[in-house]
Ligand binder design. Structure first.
Ligand SMILES: Cc1cc2nc3c(=O)[nH]c(=O)nc-3n(C[C@H](O)[C@H](O)[C@H](O)COP(=O)(O)OP(=O)(O)OC[C@H]3O[C@@H](n4cnc5c(N)ncnc54)[C@H](O)[C@@H]3O)c2cc1C
Length: 487
């Protein structure tokens, strides 16, 4: 273990690019936003603002033989964006739109751009058009995600018939460990294209991305209360009726028989594009905080209030892209503690995939498991995903139903282990149904679970070494799995 003095001396050594170094005179600790459970000390936090500075930042790491991690908005929860005692490159300073081909609906932007800025920029550029382009999908639940972080996790939204984000990526530029720019697409450096999307920053730094947009559509929201026992069928009906987006937000009241079984089914149907979209009823940040507060203290009431609100929005109209924007309170855990007290806690998410035929059965057993473990679920949804046949570490191995759980987690070893235990139980339920789980949220799965879900993981690590033999790009997440597979 280094003393503080040794650590600061080492940190000072890399002051070769002082304009890129943030506060080298102090220890630098970083953490993820949502769970706040990945506090990591780094030697330097570099915040490049141009492509040249980005290349410089990578070269700083090579010259000093220090590992580099890449961070976007820091929402991953398994240490994917930080490497202990290494350099962290924060990509958010590179956030310009570089090119917009309005004929073909292709937009190129720097990888540090976040969804709201991207949407704002293309809407501004299309003010004069009747037929507009918009993003096909983004994550739900928050907006502050970078394009680079989104590609590296190969994210998805709530499209009813969509594949993960890789399906919307045309080409991207990667800065490799030597500081060279490599263009990756389905026809150039195709192997890297498949590895870096969903590759958690281990193959180089994505500096810019060209996304394929979709025609921007006006949609009507159709809301109903539905039972999980016929949810798969209800999704099928909506798809047959050409609805484009949808999800099922389930009851989190573990004391009621409706726990995970009863929920709000909201789907979005394209309608005539002319005229403005009208969504008068909206939840403001204060409403969200109040709902979250209720979910901590009285989940029956929280679900009732939330479902009443949703039902009251039946028929409201939205645009297909801006409808995917969601409120998020980055300091929710602190605010809730101020309001309701209690020990330090936060939410950890997990996302489980099951074949759609097994959805009802999975939700039934998941409810039993979570009840018997005494686990508190604060929020959860079900969505759909189509099979990803492109990315190397594909999580959407089949066309699945995706089940998302936000678990309340006390910040004590016992509290964290209790959530981890429930996550492992849920993953087992998925595995016995030929399902899968998402790697972005935590690293609680056992080695056996990881291998069952991602049999290609060992090869993934070998390919990482092939493309990055000096292991310049690392993360604590990578180091953890490297060790798991070394033993
Ligand atoms: C509240 C919440 C809601 C969410 N909802 C969804 C959802 O609906 N659907 C979904 O799919 N996911 C969802 N996620 C997960 C989220 O999409 C991913 O964790 C995403 O990677 C976060 O983007 P970020 O900008 O915060 O990246 P970070 O967490 O900072 O980084 C993520 C990964 O990308 C790498 N990376 C970042 N930038 C670059 C770059 N330029 N080049 C190379 N590698 C890079 C990092 O090294 C890291 O491995 C959610 C997460 C939270 C906390």
């Amino acid at each position: 273990m280094q003393t503080r003095r040794q650590f600061l001396r080492a940190a000072a050594v890399i002051a070769v690019a002082p304009h890129l170094l943030a506060e080298p005179e102090k220890e630098i600790w970083l953490n993820d936003v949502h769970s706040q459970l990945n506090r990591t000390r780094v030697r330097a936090l570099l915040t490049p603002r141009t492509r040249d500075e980005l290349v410089d930042a990578v070269r700083v790491g090579s010259r000093r033989n220090l590992p580099i991690s890449i961070a976007g908005c820091r929402h991953s929860m398994g240490g994917q964006q930080f490497v202990s005692d290494g350099i962290c490159i924060d990509i958010r300073g590179l956030a310009r739109v570089l090119n917009f081909d309005r004929e073909r609906g292709l937009i190129e932007a720097e990888a540090g751009i976040q969804w709201p800025e991207l949407i704002r920029a293309y809407l501004e550029m299309q003010r004069d058009s009747i037929q507009q382009w918009g993003i096909a999908q983004k994550q739900t639940g928050a907006d502050t995600f970078t394009l680079g972080g989104s590609l590296s996790s190969n994210v998805h939204g709530r499209g009813l018939t969509m594949k993960p984000l890789i399906s919307n990526v045309e080409v991207f530029t990667l800065i490799n460990a030597k500081g060279e720019a490599v263009r990756c697409s389905r026809t150039e450096n195709e192997e890297l294209f498949r590895l870096a999307i969903g590759g958690y920053g281990l193959f180089g730094l994505i500096s810019s991305v060209t996304l394929r947009l979709a025609p921007r559509r006006k949609l009507r929201r159709v809301v109903a209360l539905v039972e999980a026992s016929n949810l798969a069928k209800r999704f099928e009906e909506r798809i047959a009726q050409n609805f484009l987006y949808g999800d099922f937000q389930f009851s989190v009241d573990e004391k009621s028989p409706g726990f995970l079984q009863h929920g709000i089914f909201s789907c979005y149907q394209p309608i005539e594009d002319r005229g403005p979209a009208i969504a008068e009823k909206k939840l403001r940040d204060d409403d969200w905080l109040e709902l979250l507060c209720l979910a901590y203290t009285d989940r029956a009431k929280a679900f009732k209030r939330y479902s009443d609100y949703y039902l009251s929005t039946n028929g409201q109209t939205y645009w297909s892209d801006t409808n995917q924007l969601s409120a998020y309170l980055p300091n929710y855990a602190q605010k809730l503690r101020e309001q309701i007290g209690g020990e330090e806690s936060s939410l950890i998410i997990t996302e489980i995939y099951v074949p759609r035929v097994s959805l009802a059965d999975f939700l039934k057993l998941a409810a039993e498991l979570l009840r018997s473990n005494g686990t508190t679920v604060i929020y959860g949804t079900v969505r759909l995903i189509e099979k990803d046949d492109e990315s190397f570490l594909a999580w959407a191995k089949e066309s699945y139903a995706c089940v998302i759980f936000n678990l309340l987690t006390a910040h004590t070893p016992a509290g964290i282990e209790a959530s981890a235990h429930s996550f492992r139980g849920l993953i087992d339920l998925a595995i016995t149904r030929r399902g899968n789980y998402y790697l972005t949220y935590h690293k609680f799965a056992t080695a056996e679970q990881l291998t069952a879900c991602y049999p290609q993981f060992k090869e993934f690590l070998e390919l990482k070494k092939k493309f990055d033999p000096t292991e310049r790009f690392q993360s604590d997440w990578y180091r953890y799995y490297r060790q798991v597979f070394a033993s």
